[in-house]
Design a protein around this ligand. Sequence first.
Ligand SMILES: *Cc1c(COP(=O)(O)O)cnc(C)c1O
Length: 373
Amino acid sequence: MNNYQNQAVPWIRNLSPYEPGKPIDELERELSITNIVKLASNENPYGPSAVVTQALEDSIRELSRYPDGNGFRLKQALSHRLGFDCNRITLGNGSSELLDIIARVFLAPEAEAVFSEYAFAMYPIVVQTVGAKASVAPALASDSAMPYGHDLQAIRDRVTENTRLVFLANPNNPTGTYLPANDLHGFIRSLPARVMCVVDEAYFEYVEVDDYPDSLQWLDEFPNLIVTRTFSKAYGLAGLRAGYAISSPEVTDLLNRARQPFNLNIPAMAAAEAALSDSVHLQKTLDTNRVGLVQLSDGLQQRGLRVIPSVANFVTVDFRKPSEVVFRKLLREGVIVRPLAGYQLPEHVRVSIGTREENSTFLDALERIGVHD
Ligand SMILES: *Cc1c(COP(=O)(O)O)cnc(C)c1O
């Protein structure tokens, strides 16, 4: 008998898979309940705009054809929006695929990638998938000004002659913390030119603090900078899978060589292009989020719980007891949140910001399960 476990390369054998948020229909099947509120995957509670729905319907007629492997129309739309030529844009099947492509282009079994403790869970996965070494820098202390946030000095200290990549999430998921413009600029300037710096801006549309960087303006200064963004969060297209990276033309050429030729499907590209055109829907999303962030943060603090200050579309809260228990009790109330044991935060839960009603449903459910027992 073959032992296929032993035949796999060791780094794949030891890989822990990504843990997604619990799907609504899974809970429906398990508990035979309806009207479930899912606040577990940082999705847009309104879904995509009506303009997107129309573009999707139109795209169905083209499905017998292969997609445009160059993504011309979507890149053109992004190029107009962002002010960068198409030769600096790489499209991805979600920005997660771009993280994977970046790891495959720049890492190999002897190489190292540095990222922070409590950083987005895809970083260790993409690094380990290519057999490279992850070097994890301790995060800022829980009582610091940016609790659990990235510690740029600690990250810089971990850069060695073997380091090829640094992953920074700005803002970070699951902490909701961010890196101010001056600190981030100084950090990138301090990196050796051979170290690629990936700034993952999956939530950048939501951020409203004054010192949040406009990192794209640094691309000419730092040819080793790669910025990734997504249509999954603020644009409400998580189910379609569309993201993009902006980088120097030389790096963009490398990323495009390593991707599958048709990595984005026709509906995803049509929807993403349409989504960019509807600024009203985006504004409504951001307005709802701004109010909901205060509603949830205040509601949790009034119940005696500590929240990590967030600039994104979710908050992470400390229950001071195993959060798996809180998670399961909330499931019985029909509310799905995200326990963070997989992030080494076994007493924290991440809650996405929903509509006003969804946020209230969650806060009322907390009341019923009793957070103080
Ligand atoms: C959600 C998320 C992403 C990407 O999601 P995609 O759906 O793959 O675009 C990337 N980075 C962070 C930090 C995220 O939270």
